[in-house]
Structure formats: structure tokens, C-alpha cells
Design a protein around this ligand. Structure first.
Ligand code: TIU
Length: 238
């Protein structure tokens, strides 16, 4: 059983029943010219989460932990786009409209895809979601259940929108979530702080909050152990 320092108390997990869930690290949110900027935000604030998430992603892969990526977006015919979501914000350029990275939040477009630094590897499930929560109208729950996953290590953007919506959905479905504070980001520093506070308040009402360095140390130790036992097994077989 691995143990990671976290708030409100230590987070325990088995590598075989935990997944790294990376939420919506798409150009549309992180890069200029996408949905995030169309909403009036300074997208550069989200960049802070990229390097720590990349380190965790690489460590999770080496430790043999399942990695799942999500993308918020819609069908090319926008048939799954609620008119209310389209109308919200009275945007000049909104969902489905052409932008410098293609049609905004539309599947298959350059802006809709995940940033190069965190590109999914073959075999890692990518869950396309029409809403803010990663469980709503997706097969995420089925993917997790079929692999025996009960706990989630959560990274992504934005903290108070898709990350917390997903953590709340996960919590109600019986999953334990550890949110890595430096691997999630918001366009609003005060929302970043308060969203994380809300997760861990009241004895961890929605989950745990930790720092990537603490998790990284645990994952790296696990990867070393796996490598050493592989070497021992190979020697024994030789
Ligand atoms: N606007 C905002 O902060 N976020 C979103 O619209 N989607 C996600 O958080 N992915």
C-alpha cells in the first residue's frame, strides 16, 4: 500500500487500483486563440500545471499506473451541444465557430486536442466528454470499473470547473480522489485556492489535496521496485 502526504490526511493507494486522470489539457484551454481565451481569460495562467503534470505522467507510465485523458468538446454537427451552453456568455466567437486553431471545442480540430507536452500514448484511454464532468455522458465509469480502479490521481484544468465537477461526480460514484494542487490550474487565482479548500474541508468531503513532488517520490520508488524485480526475475530465468 503506497502512502502520499496529503490533506486532510495521508492518501493510501494500490498501484493496481489507481489511475492518473488528466482532465482537459487541450489547446482550447491552454493556448491563445481557443475557448479559454474566447471566454475572456488570460490562458497563460494555466501553463503552471503543465511541467508538474508531465513529470507525473512520465512517472505513472514507468510505474505501470493506468493513465486516462479527457477532452471537453462536441460532435462536428454540434448535435450534442445544448443550446444553453452555446448561448452562454453571449460570445462573439463561441463553441463550433472557426478560430485560429480550428472550430472551437469541436472534436477533430487542432484546438480540441491535447497539448503536445502531455500527448496520450497508444493504449491510454482518451475520454471525450460533452460536459464539464468527465462522468456525464461518457464511458469513464465503465472503463474504470472494468479495470478495477477505485482511486483517482487528478490533474488538469480548470480547477473550479471541469476538475471539481469531475471530482464531485467521482466522489458520488464511490471513487477516492487525490487532487494534485500544482497539477491543476485556474484562470482565477482565488478560485484555485477556494476550489482546493472545498475539496479537502470537512474531513475531505470530496477528496484529498496533495503536491506532485510527494506523489512523484512514491511513483519513482514503485518504478524502481518494478525494475529491480524484473531484473531479478530475468536473472532467475537465465
Ligand atoms: N471555463 C473554464 O474554466 N473551464 C471550462 O470551460 N472547461 C474546463 O474546465 N475544462
Amino acid at each position: 500500500m503506497a502512502r502520499v502526504r496529503a490533506e486532510p490526511y495521508v492518501f493510501r493507494f494500490e498501484a493496481s487500483s489507481v489511475a492518473l486522470l488528466i482532465i482537459d489539457m487541450q489547446r482550447d484551454f491552454v493556448d491563445p486563440g481557443g475557448f479559454g481565451e474566447a471566454l475572456g481569460n488570460d490562458v497563460s495562467l494555466l501553463r503552471a500545471a503543465v511541467s508538474p503534470t508531465k513529470r507525473l505522467l512520465e512517472a505513472a507510465r514507468k510505474a505501470g499506473i493506468l493513465v486516462i485523458h479527457t477532452r471537453e468538446g462536441h460532435r462536428r454537427d454540434l448535435a450534442d451541444l445544448p443550446p444553453t451552453k452555446k448561448a452562454r456568455g453571449r460570445l462573439k466567437t463561441g463553441i463550433g465557430d472557426p478560430g485560429p486553431m480550428g472550430r472551437i471545442l469541436v472534436r477533430g480540430e487542432h484546438g480540441h486536442d491535447i497539448i503536445d507536452e502531455l500527448r496520450p500514448m497508444a493504449g491510454e484511454p482518451v475520454v471525450d466528454k460533452p460536459g464539464k464532468g468527465a462522468f456525464y455522458a461518457t464511458d469513464l465509469d465503465a472503463i474504470l470499473k472494468s479495470r478495477g480502479i477505485g482511486q483517482l490521481l487528478v490533474c488538469g484544468v480548470t480547477t473550479e470547473v471541469c476538475v471539481t465537477t469531475t471530482v464531485r461526480e467521482a466522489n458520488d460514484r464511490g471513487y477516492d480522489c487525490l487532487v494534485l494542487a500544482d497539477c491543476v490550474a485556474s484562470y482565477f487565482p482565488e478560485f484555485q485556492r477556494s476550489a482546493l479548500e472545498m475539496i479537502k474541508a470537512q474531513g475531505g468531503i470530496f477528496g484529498w489535496v496533495g503536491m506532485s513532488a510527494d506523489l512523484l517520490a512514491v511513483l519513482e520508488a514503485k518504478a524502481r521496485k518494478t525494475k529491480n524485480s524484473n531484473v531479478t526475475a530475468k536473472r532467475a530465468a537465465a
